[in-house]
Ligand binder design. Structure first.
Ligand code: SAM
Length: 250
């Protein structure tokens, strides 16, 4: 058994826990959880007992030495996060780094991940893709992050972009994305694997208009297609947004 096993857990549908994930969680001496209460629901649903230790961004650095020491003395840990694949916009990177540096064996049980599922459902080219995760919440910093990505495109990068975003920021996110990337094809993927799963595809201008008019709910991945031959001057963007807004109000 590896000293540390990274186990992917469901992103909304409890049935998406694999058989091997269950085995790994049941076999671990302790399960490192981002939030022990959230994970308790999953573990209980699958009849997995066992000890949970909280490992989140606020204590990861502090408890690292002790965890490494325990693994060196033979303890076997499983790492999970609240949803999906640990480390992906979730805690665990420092632990994995430290385990590798300590010469400990690290393995993984792959499974759900919101970014990959959204990418595959978006209708945009699956590779190359660039996963940014969350951009900064404030508009100025967010525009800065988009400007960097757009700069990389102007320097030759041609990739599908994948972002995580909170529902109450989606409209502002899309507005800034439209300004940076132009009215290219995109998809807003909401509540994947859940009852109200929805994938809304369209141009960035159409999606911006839609979510300016209607507050988004639930968990969201935004996929933005690679640059095409769209024009990106300010006037054509305003025009695209106005056209999309008008088409909404009919
Ligand atoms: N580790 C997770 C993974 O593998 O996808 C991601 C964790 S990150 C803290 C949480 C964000 O992932 C949410 O804010 C949302 O952007 C995205 N997400 C998670 N579950 C989702 C779902 N069921 N549908 C759409 N997006 C989801």
């Amino acid at each position: 058994l590896p000293a540390l096993v990274l186990v992917s857990t469901p992103i909304g549908n409890l049935q998406d826990l694999s058989a091997r994930a269950k085995q790994a969680l049941a076999a671990a001496d302790a399960i490192l959880c981002e939030d022990t209460r959230t994970s308790a629901v999953l573990l209980r649903a699958h009849g997995i007992g066992g000890k949970c230790i909280a490992l989140h961004e606020h204590n990861e650095a502090a408890i690292l030495p002790k965890l490494i020491e325990s693994m060196q003395s033979g303890q076997r840990f499983a790492l999970i996060s609240d949803a999906g694949t640990p480390l992906v916009s979730d805690p665990g990177y420092r632990l994995v780094r430290a385990a590798i540096e300590a010469g400990l064996s690290v393995s993984g049980v792959p499974g759900p991940n919101a970014a990959i599922l959204a990418l595959t459902l978006s209708g945009q080219p699956p590779q190359p893709f660039l996963f940014t995760g969350f951009v900064p919440p404030k508009s100025g910093a967010r525009q800065g992050a988009f400007a960097k990505l757009r700069g990389a495109e102007l320097a030759g990068l041609s990739a599908t972009h994948v972002f995580y975003e909170a529902p109450h920021r989606l409209a502002a996110f899309l507005e800034d994305a439209l300004a940076a990337f132009g009215p290219r094809q995109a998809a807003v993927c909401r509540e994947l694997t859940k009852h109200f799963e929805e994938v809304r595809r369209g141009t960035l201008a159409e999606l911006t208009a839609h979510y300016m008019a209607e507050q988004a709910r639930g968990e969201i991945v935004v996929v933005i297609g690679p640059p095409g031959d769209e024009t990106t001057n300010a006037e054509s963007l305003d025009e695209a947004l106005m056209t999309a807004l008008k088409s909404m109000s009919v």
